[in-house]
Write a new protein. Structure first.
Lengths: 279, 125
């Protein structure tokens, strides 16, 4: 009994200490402030283990296919080099100011033996780091092309990387990748719609019940949106109108502050399905 | 203090000003001027609750248009103009001048009532 009391007291003291630590503002959130070595180790280890635990189901396509690697280069230049750099190419200024700093992927390619882990990180991103999720921007095929290309980075000299870039440009390979159409026969998936609400930054402007961080009153609250009479105060709230409104708000109301976020048809369908649960 | 800072931010957003907030904002007033109690009566009398959910008004649980919860914090009105007491009164009086295609009807609200209604909607919850 006495031991229990002591343990409870220790736990309470720990909680109180933690609360005091937070409330005092002692912890510095500045990106210029380096993590302490134990914290850095802890975060890194937790991230690696978290990734490793989640890649078992991913089947890796043949990544040495030269055509796949070649498709990865323009995608890498369009979406990755800004933060990660390339052999002989520095990241952009904004990336240099990040904490944690974006990884040098030539090193990642060497150290991360399982390409599924690179694929997973590119697809799903890493919370509270600068690494975004590309799931809603790139197809799996495009992501594998990037992974295939990244795996060649550790074997490239700066001269070779430069030569690849020149060759690709001469060959007329545009660095602008086609946006994924997102059109698929996949069944409407409201859980995916809930994720999409975050991925299209809907949470920045709307209160959305059930979505953490969606507490911002820039636009109207989406509480009860399923039974709302009008959308944008203009068109009847039907599934088709909702999808149209999500995909191109200006065609519904040319003066609307709601921006066109490049929502694909499939994503709009999934988001609409989730919103339909908010009664 | 916090509301003042919030107001300053809102003002910067609304007016697109780049300089720091001065003590006396002159460009746009976010301070409602009307009588909130009169506004509450006017909101009831004009049946706003048939289409909107409005805290503090019995029976105002419509969901035709958006809920009017925490209006002081909202950034846009009708999705098209900055949310200020003046714009709110304008929108209540002549919705189609603010948003030509809006489903919000012109309820023949007087200027005094519109101002009072804004004061009610902006009161701290």
């Amino acid at each position: 009994m006495r031991t229990v009391i002591i343990l409870v007291a220790i736990a309470l003291a720990g909680l109180a200490g933690g609360a005091l630590f937070i409330y005092s503002g002692f912890y510095n959130v500045a990106a210029t402030e380096q993590h302490t070595a134990p914290v850095y180790w802890l975060l890194n280890a937790a991230m690696r283990r978290s990734v490793q635990r989640r890649v078992d189901e991913i089947s890796v396509p043949p990544l040495t296919d030269p055509a796949l690697v070649a498709r990865g280069l323009p995608l890498y230049r369009l979406h990755c080099v800004q933060c990660h750099g390339a052999p002989g190419v520095a990241p952009e200024g904004f990336a240099l100011g990040m904490m944690p700093l974006p990884a040098n992927l030539a090193l990642t390619a060497r150290e991360w033996k399982n390409p599924a882990e690179i694929f997973w990180v590119a697809k799903f991103g890493i919370k509270t780091s600068g690494m975004p999720a590309w799931e809603f921007r790139l197809s799996d095929e495009e992501l594998w092309a990037i992974v295939a290309f990244v795996r060649t980075l550790s074997l490239q000299s700066p001269k070779e990387y430069e030569a690849l870039v020149h060759a690709a440009e001469r060959g007329g390979v545009s660095s602008r990748a086609a946006a994924p159409t997102g059109i698929s026969s996949a069944a409407v998936d409201l859980d995916r719609g809930k994720v999409a609400l975050q991925q299209y930054a809907c949470v920045t402007c709307h209160v959305i019940p059930g979505v953490v961080a969606a507490s911002n009153p820039v636009g109207p609250s989406l509480a009860g949106i399923a039974t709302r009479g009008y959308l944008a105060g203009i068109v009847p709230n039907t599934r088709d109108n909702m999808v149209r409104w999500l995909r191109s708000p200006r065609t519904v109301d040319p003066a609307s502050a709601m921006p066109d976020l490049g929502v694909t048809e499939r994503d709009a369908q999934d988001i609409a399905a989730f919103l339909d649960t908010l009664r | 203090m916090r509301t003042q800072i919030g107001r300053c931010f809102a003002l910067v957003l609304v007016a697109g000003m780049s300089h720091a907030c001065s003590e006396k904002p002159t460009e746009i007033s976010l301070q409602p001027v009307g009588n909130a109690e009169q506004g509450r009566r006017a909101i009831r009398q004009h049946g706003c609750g048939a289409c909107h959910r409005i805290p503090g008004i019995a029976g105002a649980d419509g969901n035709v248009g958006p809920p009017l919860v925490d209006m002081a914090a909202r950034v846009y009105l009708a999705g098209v103009v900055a949310n200020t007491p003046a714009n709110m009164a304008h929108f209540i009086r002549s919705p189609h001048e603010v948003s030509p295609m809006t489903a919000m009807p012109d309820m023949q609200v007087t200027q005094a009532d519109a101002v009072a209604m804004s004061a009610y909607l902006y009161r701290p919850n």
